[in-house]
Design a protein around this ligand. Structure first.
Ligand code: ATP
Ligand code: MG
Ligand code: ZN
Length: 691
């Protein structure tokens, strides 16, 4: 700090700033809203006095105090009555050295990348943007603690700072203070303020590929800033960076410190991934591309060009990237994001495809079924090290409004198996555990991969038998594809050539027509379009749906294609219109949607030509008669569970034989089937329970 600057009193400078019209207005509004904090846009301050703004950023502790005092002085002229009222209130409530008014700075010019925060930032005011991954409930923190002397009963007040509660050393009562005394904390006489802790993580879109995200510990103190953000929210935080070292009992403080952010202001940002408007040149390129009648082909061949074949899967990935239009009706909402599943033999490039999508999607997140954090795929309530609970968001919440690529989804945690149903259809994740009740948003498109349950895909078995996921989850995927590794002379020849060429040149032998950088911008741009179904497109979809329904009706099968598939068709058709930046979904889009849906249904074992089209057979591989029996087993189990909690397998088999005439051997078989599907499970050897 230079001497000349000291000459101009910063507090006076702030007061001049608060005399500008905008801030006079804001200050007089404080009384109306009953507030004790004042929001200051950093940009306003910068325009008013650049030097002052820079000092504030460099020495926030001093300058925020100057600003607070100035704001209070201005309030005294604007509204003497209110200023007196809060002063009196404050005198009894808050700790001494805290200012009456809190000045909260918002929108510093540029955000400091979370990844770059380090020792240079300690003590400075910075803005960080990120995603809240974890939050504690709001907890009262003591600001001024009252202590009662155990010997004489004298009460002493002590302002608190730091992590631990500090008690007085000696009693102030002159008749008592001869030797060290001990004290009781008096809660009723102490003053508290609301506090909360958050963990803020780099946003998926800011993450350099292949890097683990960084996290920052964020402290919030004050009723106005706690409980503003939930896990999954994107936030912009203006905070003072502090270095805190932990104390080891009996050893002392560690020499390495952790960075904490002491929050001055917090804002929840819009959840849309940065739709940074493309530069005029990029926009021109995008519009030019969209005019191409072969744009769909062009994009498909630009997706993962190093991976040979799989054009239908790349087409599905294209639809997934662009997505359909969500519908918000007064009573219900229908998701626009699509879900796709790749089931396949080992080494069929599933993981590679997923990783590629993560790179190209405007907000893509790659995770394995187990998740990379304790929260797994959905969310979890965790016990904090220092005691207390906190809520942590899982991958589907973090990828809200983006694409979550979940590899090995069949290996997800049991908790996620339950919660993922809600996440994939309603697009929310609800948690009620350990005193925390919350619903988080998960408007996420899912691209998942799984290995067949039996190691290799068995084409003679149903999809549900081939993958250890319950039917209820399978049915939430709009499209399912099977990747099989079968020797085929011609294919192997071409593919090996392709792969070897990559290794020889270190380059993809196929030059993608559109670079991934441009494709990413293209996808962002197209997301702004909300195409509407034309009459012709609607008619095509309806015809297909009705044909499928009636065909299966005449065959006597109970459920054919369901309303879920119809919604999927609409989403795919909308996505295809978006690819061409069209505002209308035309018949051609509907045809393409039907085409890819048929392909997906065929892959999972449906012969469309004969119209033997039974979603039950598709998913469970069982005709109605067997399903009815499975139902009997299940309802008997539920019945018995009501009495005993979990049910002994033997008892269930006996009951089935006695009441429903199901032979023991068949009963065993049916129970095995339900176990494989995940409808029931074995909490203990020989015992059963419904999932
Ligand atoms: N069609 C293909 N074109 C180019 N490379 C391929 C193709 N199929 C497999 N590969 C190569 O094989 C390797 C294995 O692929 P990857 O790890 O993605 O398989 P996976 O399907 O995820 O297997 P797993 O089920 O065992 O996880 C990768 O290096 C990939 O590039
Ligand atoms: Mg893999
Ligand atoms: Zn005493």
């Amino acid at each position: 700090m230079t001497e000349e600057l000291e000459a101009i009193d910063p507090q006076e400078r702030f007061q001049e700033f608060f005399k500008t019209e905008k801030y006079r207005e804001r200050i007089s509004q404080m009384a109306v809203a009953g507030k004790t904090s004042l929001i200051v846009d950093f940009e306003d301050l910068l325009i008013f006095d650049q030097k002052l703004a820079e000092e504030l950023r460099e020495r926030p502790d001093d300058y925020l105090e100057h600003a607070s005092n100035a704001a209070y002085a201005q309030l005294q002229t604007e509204d003497p009555e209110y200023s007196e009222k809060i002063r009196v209130k404050y005198a009894e409530k808050k700790a001494d050295k805290e200012a009456v008014i809190t000045v909260r700075i918002v929108r510093l010019f540029e955000a400091a990348p979370l990844r770059k925060l380090g020792s240079d930032h300690i003590g400075k005011l910075v803005m960080v943007e990120g995603i809240v991954v974890r939050s504690t409930p709001v907890r009262p923190m003591v600001m001024r603690a009252a202590f009662k002397c155990k010997r004489c009963g004298e009460i002493a007040y002590l302002d608190q700072a730091g992590q631990f509660l500090r008690a007085p050393f000696m009693c102030k009562n002159p008749d008592c203070a001869t030797t060290k005394s001990s004290f009781d904390f008096v809660q009723e006489e102490s003053t508290f303020i609301d506090s909360q802790e958050l963990r803020v993580q780099e946003r998926p879109e800011d993450l350099p590929p292949g890097q683990l995200p960084r996290v920052l510990h964020v402290k919030l103190v004050g009723g106005e800033i706690v409980d503003v953000a939930r896990p999954g929210d994107h936030v912009s935080i203006v905070a003072m960076i502090r270095a805190v070292s932990s104390t080891l009992p009996g050893v002392g403080k560690l020499r390495t410190f952790m960075l904490h952010a002491e929050t001055n202001s917090i804002e929840v940002l819009g959840k849309e991934p940065e739709i940074a408007l493309p530069s005029p040149e990029d926009e021109e390129k995008i519009l030019e591309l969209a005019k191409d009648p072969w744009i769909h082909r062009k994009i498909i061949s630009s997706i993962a060009p190093s991976i040979y074949g799989y054009d239908h899967i790349k087409e599905a990935i294209m639809y997934l990237l662009f997505g359909g239009v969500p519908k918000s009706l007064p009573d219900i909402t229908v998701r626009g994001e699509m879900n796709a599943l790749l089931v396949g033999d080992p080494g069929t490039a599933k993981s590679q495809l997923l990783l590629y999508v993560t790179r190209i999607a405007p907000r893509g997140l790659y995770t394995s079924g187990r998740g990379t954090t304790a929260a797994g795929l959905t969310a979890a309530v965790l016990r904090e090290k220092g005691g207390g609970m906190s809520l942590e968001a899982g991958a589907l919440v973090l990828a809200d409004k983006g694409i979550a690529c979940i590899d090995e989804i069949d290996k997800m945690r049991p908790e996620d198996r339950v919660a993922i149903h809600e996440a994939m259809e309603q697009h929310t994740v609800s948690v009620a555990k350990g005193g925390i009740v919350a619903t988080l948003n998960a408007r996420t498109a899912v691209l998942a991969a799984a290995n067949p349950a039996l190691g290799r895909y068995e084409p003679h078995r149903s999809i549900a038998e081939n993958i250890s996921l319950p039917v209820t989850i399978l049915s939430r995927f709009d499209l399912i594809f099977v990747l099989r590794d079968v020797p085929n002379k011609e294919m192997d020849d071409k593919m090996s050539e392709h792969i070897l060429e990559i290794h020889r040149k270190g380059l993809s032998p196929i030059e993608p027509p559109i670079t991934s950088e441009l494709l990413r911008k293209y996808v962002s741009y197209a997301k702004g379009i909300k195409p509407i179904l034309t009459k012709e497109a609607l008619q095509r979809l309806k015809d297909f749906y009705l044909a499928m329904r009636s065909a299966s009706e005449s065959e006597g099968s109970p459920v054919a294609i369901t309303a879920r598939q119809l919604e999927s068709l609409v989403r795919i058709a909308e996505a295809r219109a978006r690819v061409a930046l069209r505002k209308e979904v035309i018949a051609e889009d509907a045809e393409a949607a039907i085409g890819i849906m048929k392909r997906s249904l065929e892959e999972v074992g449906i012969d469309l030509s004969s119209y033997k089209f039974d979603i039950d057979i598709l998913m469970t591989g069982k005709p109605k008669s067997v399903r009815d029996k499975l139902q009997t087993v299940l309802s008997t189990l539920i019945e018995m569970e009501r009495e005993t909690g979990m049910v002994e397998k033997r008892a269930l088999l006996n009951e089935l034989e006695a009441k429903n005439k199901v032979p023991i051997s068949e009963g065993e078989h049916l129970i095995g089937q339900l176990l494989r599907e995940g409808t029931i499970y074995e909490p203990r050897e020989g015992f059963l329970k419904k999932t």
